[in-house]
Ligand binder design. Structure first.
Ligand code: PHE
Length: 470
């Protein structure tokens, strides 16, 4: 009788239809602005090769084990972040889930703003492709004045938030999984086209050398920690997104196989994106010096013009590129909202549609302030809580990347490594079959020692040495 009740409950919570459905949804969460926007920039900033190598090591040694741990916690308990941590480790651990919910709230509120920019540039690119790219356009100035138009910023991020809410509203199968099944293949397709075009460009060999030839003299300890911090962000770890998505995984599916696939796809996409952007940059003399400034600079200031002057088939590829960014961002914002909504649904018994409206609406209020932080509204733009981070946008980004994700990740590794019995984690990971590269002993070693020590180093660096990851 009890079994029946809980079965009915899990069905009501929703489940992915298949392993592929789960892998696509989780990969959609992982692939986002982190891959297309942040990774190419930090690779550039850290002078390539050695940084990429260290990043790959962080992904395998820290990211993959934590990915498996989070999905394991979710699948085992069939609950979202807060409920899962409570059930698996005891009531006090609910706080770790709560940090995750807060992180989801905070990240989504500023992420939606950049996602809105990609929509705007998609529209712009459509116009340029149709009627020609105006010569002499100063894209840097253009961007600054665009970012300062508060009303427009609110509309764009609002559109994005509405799209995100409509997906979460429709639930796991009909909303999140269906969207991922449609958008991810499109995303991969566009990326392959961009990649082929990039490889045909003059600068591609220099780009490949820059990315894959390690030069350790250019990498300092900050770069290593930055690689590690980014591994968290890009894999959507440390905040319960994978716990929540894991809670919709059926018992017959393999966590290990799915995790391997998600991590591999996320890494490949980040590398593809980097090759594409650097091939373009290295193909234009003098571009290297200009790009330097910022992440924003690369995506919204340098690239648009290059599409129309340098990239083969750029007129088709420019709009395709910006819609790619928007799609990638959408599959991530969905997971951010789902963490918060699922918490309200599971822990407070609120019905999904209502929970979506409540949480999405609340987050949007903060989004409005983030959208106004680029000059749209003085009070949101002109303060500095953390050194060098101005406005609501900068402050929240700093809070999430430097504190919430590493703290959450650290406690999740401690919990799974030290407070879950060997039998529990071993059987949960073995269920559904395992691939040949997997060894339980290795996972256990990484989750107990390597991951906590590495993530602990991030916290020490942030807390005591003022290193910044946002
Ligand atoms: N992984 C996403 C990206 O790389 C961001 C994200 C973080 C999404 C945390 C969900 C949770 O853009």
């Amino acid at each position: 009788m009890e079994g029946e009740v809980s079965k009915a409950q899990t069905t009501a919570r929703g489940q992915w239809t298949s392993n592929l459905g789960f892998v696509l949804a989780a990969t959609g969460s992982a692939i986002g602005l982190g891959n297309l926007w942040k990774f190419p920039f930090i690779t550039w900033d850290n002078r390539g090769g050695a940084f990429v190598l260290v990043y790959l090591i962080c992904i395998i040694a820290v990211g993959l084990p934590i990915m498996m741990a989070e999905i394991l916690i979710g699948r085992k308990t069939q609950k979202s972040a807060v409920g899962a941590m409570k059930e698996a480790f005891g009531p006090r651990w609910g706080l770790v889930g709560a940090i995750g919910v807060l992180a989801g709230f905070v990240i989504l509120s500023y992420y939606a703003v950049i996602a809105g920019w990609s929509l705007y540039y998609f529209g712009k690119a459509l116009g340029w492709s149709a009627s020609g790219f105006p010569s002499g356009l100063r894209l840097g100035d253009e961007f600054t004045s665009f970012a300062a138009r508060g009303g427009l910023q609110v509309i764009l991020s609002g559109l994005f938030m509405a799209a995100t809410m409509s997906v979460v509203w429709s639930g796991i199968k009909g909303g999140i999984e269906r969207t991922a099944r449609i958008l991810l293949p499109i995303l991969f397709g566009i990326l392959v086209l961009l990649f082929l075009s990039a490889l045909s460009m003059e600068g591609s060999s220099e780009a490949l050398a820059f990315i894959f030839r390690p030069n350790f003299s250019s990498l300092g300890p900050d770069g290593i920690l930055e690689a590690l911090g980014h591994a968290f962000f890009t894999l959507s770890l440390g905040m319960g997104a994978m716990i929540t998505y894991g809670s919709y995984v059926a018992k017959k599916q393999s966590i290990v196989k799915a995790s391997g696939m998600i991590v591999l796809l996320d890494t490949l996409i980040a590398l593809f994106a980097t090759v594409i952007m650097f091939s373009v940059i290295f193909s234009v003399p003098g571009m290297e010096e200009q790009v330097g400034g910022s992440t924003v600079g690369m995506l919204f200031i340098s690239l648009p013009e290059l599409f129309y002057t340098t990239v083969p088939f750029g007129r088709v590829l420019a709009p395709a590129f910006y819609i790619l960014v928007a799609f990638a961002a959408l599959t991530s914002t969905i997971s951010l909202l789902e963490v918060v909504a699922a918490y309200v649904i599971d822990e407070h018994g609120v019905e999904r549609k209502k929970a979506t409206l409540m949480t999405g609406g609340a987050i949007f209020l903060v989004t409005v302030m983030c959208a106004m932080s680029f000059g749209g509204w003085g009070a949101a733009s002109n303060f500095e809580l953390f050194e060098g981070k101005t406005g609501v946008f900068g402050t929240l980004d700093h809070l999430a990347s430097n504190w919430l994700l590493p703290v959450g990740g650290f406690l999740i590794t401690l919990a799974t490594g030290w407070f879950m019995t060997r039998e529990d984690s071993e059987s949960e990971l073995a269920a559904g079959g395992t691939p040949s590269w997997y060894k339980y002993g290795a996972w256990r070693f990484f989750i107990r020692y390597v991951a906590p020590v590495s993530v602990g180093a991030i916290l020490v660096a942030v807390g005591f040495f003022g290193v910044d990851f946002s």
